[in-house]
Design a protein around this ligand. Structure first.
Ligand code: SAH
Ligand code: SF4
Length: 408
């Protein structure tokens, strides 16, 4: 496959704490910003509505474009805040149209250079899916997942989660009046470029419950980004106590990273299983709020050669899920440097899928996307350390303006 040359931005000099950005804020967050600059309380609701519309519906990047707001207030806003999006430090476009952005979040303090996360856009015929991260890294250590090997871990803020969608729409020209970049997939039905969101990037979303919940409220608000909750899927490795609250408070679709049908093996693949074994996990699924045939749970099952891919395991999978409105998503394992696993052979995956299909489940095998840019599931890993080392070298060599390969 061909890969476009990723573009690496010049490394940040000493981090400077800037005016805060309003992008990504909830309505409450915007109201606080207005209070800070002395906007009278009786105006707050109206002003928040105006800001909301400009920021999330139109995606404007400059206060001066907010023509429904008086010049005086616009100037005041610009003096104290920005509409900056986090910096995209690298962009890669796969030959299949998948786009991966490496996004550097604004520094949170004087010593912070800004955490980096990855965000992937996957265009398909009938939809465009954005795979977002909920944390920098992940504290869980699933043995087949690249993210789990990363040392630096923190929760992303609500703003940082929302910002991933804002960056994607900005880059794709997916706001009214904007032009998409050359070669971009353009929805033929006039729909949005990003029609679906999956929390399948870095991190365990249910370990960042409040951040994810508030971000989903912003993203699904129909006065702004308008992405319906049925088009948002939260994937969890099985944080059982938070599954019910997820349904109650977020009302999104649920995906469970199951990957094994016996506790012994799942303990090894998904160590969180030792705390919340399969039986408890499936019980939480059975009682997931809003569950119905129209709102099924997706069970993800990564195909690992000789580990979890036998006929007997396929049959056991079907038996376990009996009575739960479910879809089964077989994911070919995406290898990464240093992994001990291999992807099951294609015939094995087909055979496994056939058993599941015969039992009445649609069992699409997820086509690996963006493999050439290491953007497929489980390959998201920020290159912070690698980048900064390389950036230092480039600085020393006076080559900061040059492009360089990121994943190479
Ligand atoms: N932490 C959450 C969400 C992020 S992981 C979770 O585990 O569900 C998103 C999905 O990618 C999960 O199903 C995860 O198990 C899967 N995954 C991780 N590494 C993978 C790999 N190397 N190949 C294929 N799928 C992988
Ligand atoms: Fe974390 Fe999910 Fe990767 Fe497990 S599979 S380490 S929970 S990101």
């Amino acid at each position: 496959m061909t890969v476009s040359a990723p573009v690496l931005a010049a490394p940040a000099a000493e981090p400077v704490l800037r005016r805060p950005s309003l992008v990504g804020r909830t309505r409450v967050g915007l109201a606080e910003a207005l209070a800070e600059i002395g906007v009278p309380e009786k105006e707050t609701r109206m002003r928040v509505g105006q800001l909301w519309n400009w920021i999330y519906h139109y995606g404007v990047r400059d206060f001066s474009a907010m023509t429904t707001i008086g010049k005086g207030l616009r100037a005041q806003l610009a003096e104290h805040f920005t509409l900056d999006l986090p910096e995209v430090t690298a962009e890669q476009v796969s030959s299949d149209g998948t786009r991966k952005w490496l996004i550097r979040m604004a520094p949170t303090g004087p010593r912070d250079r800004g955490a980096e996360i990855e965000c992937v856009y996957i265009p398909e015929v009938d939809r465009g899916t954005l795979c977002v991260s909920s944390q920098v890294g992940c504290t869980l250590t699933c043995t087949f997942c690249h993210t789990g090997t990363q040392r630096l871990v923190r929760n992303l803020t609500t703003e940082e989660i929302v910002a991933q969608l804002m960056v994607a729409r900005d880059r794709l020209g997916d706001f009214p009046g904007r032009t998409p970049p050359e070669g971009a997939f353009v929805p033929s039905d006039g729909g949005r470029f990003v029609s679906n969101i999956v929390f399948m990037g870095m991190g365990e979303p249910l370990y960042n419950f409040d951040g994810v919940r508030d971000a989903i409220a912003v993203i699904s608000d129909d006065q702004g980004l308008s992405l319906g909750r049925r088009r948002i899927t939260v994937s969890t490795s099985g944080v059982v106590p938070q599954i019910g609250p997820l349904g109650d408070e977020m009302g999104t679709m649920l995906a469970i990273s199951l990957h094994a049908v016996r506790d012994e093996l799942r303990n090894e693949l998904v160590p969180l299983n030792k705390k919340y074994p399969i039986k408890d996990l499936l019980e939480a699924c059975r009682t997931y709020p809003g569950l119905s045939n129209a709102k099924r749970i997706t069970f993800e099952y990564v195909m690992l050669k000789g580990v979890n891919d036998s006929d007997a395991e396929a049959r056991e999978l079907v038996r376990l899920l009996k009575g739960i409105p479910a879809k089964i998503n077989l994911i070919p394992f995406n290898p990464w440097p240093g992994t001990r696993y291999e992807c099951s052979d294609w015939e094995r995956i087909e055979r496994f899928s056939e058993i599941v299909f015969r039992a009445g489940y649609a069992s699409p095998v997820r086509t690996p996307r963006g493999r050439d840019i290491l953007a497929a599931c489980g390959q998201l890993k920020s290159e912070t350390e690698k980048l900064s080392a390389r950036a230092r070298l480039m600085l020393e060599q006076g080559e900061v303006e040059q492009s360089t390969a990121l994943a190479g």
